[in-house]
Design a protein around this ligand. Structure first.
Ligand code: NDP
Length: 285
């Protein structure tokens, strides 16, 4: 699975600017190139970061071509996070726990996978939104790749309880079973959520991006708690409007996107970029 190591730069050939991409389908909407361009500007790192549209079912072939041509790293989004994990020669513990990767890096002859979504969410909640996860009661709605990727970092912070609820309850049960040893986590069907007072309700379903209503009972949305939709921009509006109407604080997932990008940038470049200013500028403030 490996690729030839890059030839070391010589005095007469200045080292080329390292190339990064975000791979997905669709990908035209991705904000990642703009985010990484701002990080590069603010840290003085010279790199290029572009979108790479890959046909469904052809991830490995296109990723191989990119890395064989000297590509330094890739972020990976829908629907390829599992393919990215399987493509890599080695994976971090957090990618292995999620069974999905949003990050690939060429390290010598190997391609290494990681998953920065979970730490991105945790940083947005803790640093940008001032939420303490320790002791919190968390409702995690959804059981796809995004939900799976955030469970371990949430449980690491010792919440009182995580209820993972999903339309297809068997997928929620799989997650609860998989992470059981790491903390207090139980599964529920979307229409049978236990009557808890949740401090944080995370929408990790694709309902928002599909423009579909989320069949979540109102009693799960209680005044004073935070509702967080991992989708961002106008896609998140219906869920956030519903939460605000119930007296909740509400946030979309733009901060998570910026924070996972910052973690990726750090893993590739060894430099931690500023995130608050980038998030503020993306929000137009
Ligand atoms: P997946 O396709 O892996 O999972 C989709 C999940 O949504 C499943 O649990 C599915 O339930 C559920 N779902 C889909 N439609 C509905 C519906 N109408 N009602 C109830 N449940 C529904 O997607 P991901 O996990 O990769 O992504 C989920 C969301 O998170 C997306 O909006 C994505 O954009 C966002 N995301 C944001 C990130 C960020 O940085 N802000 C990072 C990663 C993801 P079922 O199992 O029953 O089909």
């Amino acid at each position: 699975m490996g690729r030839a190591a890059l030839a070391p730069p010589t005095m007469s050939t200045p080292s080329p600017i390292e190339r990064y991409v975000v791979i997905g389908n669709p990908i035209a909407h991705s904000l990642s190139p703009a985010i990484h361009a701002r990080f590069a500007e603010q840290t003085g790192e010279a790199l290029s970061y572009e979108r790479l549209l890959v046909p469904e079912g052809a991830f490995a072939e296109h990723a191989r071509r990119f890395f064989d041509a000297g590509g330094a790293g890739a972020n990976v989004t829908l629907p390829f996070k599992v393919d990215a994990f399987e493509f890599a020669d080695a994976a971090s513990e957090r990618a292995a726990a999620a069974g999905a990767a949003n990050f690939l890096a060429a390290r010598g002859a190997r391609i290494e996978a990681d998953n920065t979504d979970g730490i991105g969410l945790a940083r947005d909640l803790e640093t940008n939104l001032g939420i303490a996860l320790a002791g919190a009661r968390v409702l995690l709605v959804g059981a796809g790749g995004a939900a799976r990727g955030v469970v371990a970092p949430i449980l690491e912070r010792a919440p009182a309880l995580v209820v993972v609820a999903n339309r297809t309850v068997s997928r929620a049960r799989e997650i609860a079973e998989h992470f059981r040893a790491r903390g207090a986590i139980v599964a529920a069907a979307l229409d049978a959520i236990p009557a808890e007072r949740f401090d944080l309700v995370l929408n990790a379903t694709a309902a928002s991006v599909h423009g579909e209503p989320l069949a979540l009972p109102d009693r799960a949305l209680q005044a004073g708690a935070l509702a967080y939709d991992m989708a961002y921009g106008s896609a998140a509006d219906p869920f956030l409007a519903r939460a605000r109407a119930r007296g909740m604080r509400a946030s979309d997932g733009l901060g998570m996107l910026v924070e996972q990008a910052a973690e990726s940038f750090f893993l590739w470049r060894g430099v931690r970029p500023p995130t608050r200013s980038v998030l503020a500028s993306l929000r137009g403030r």
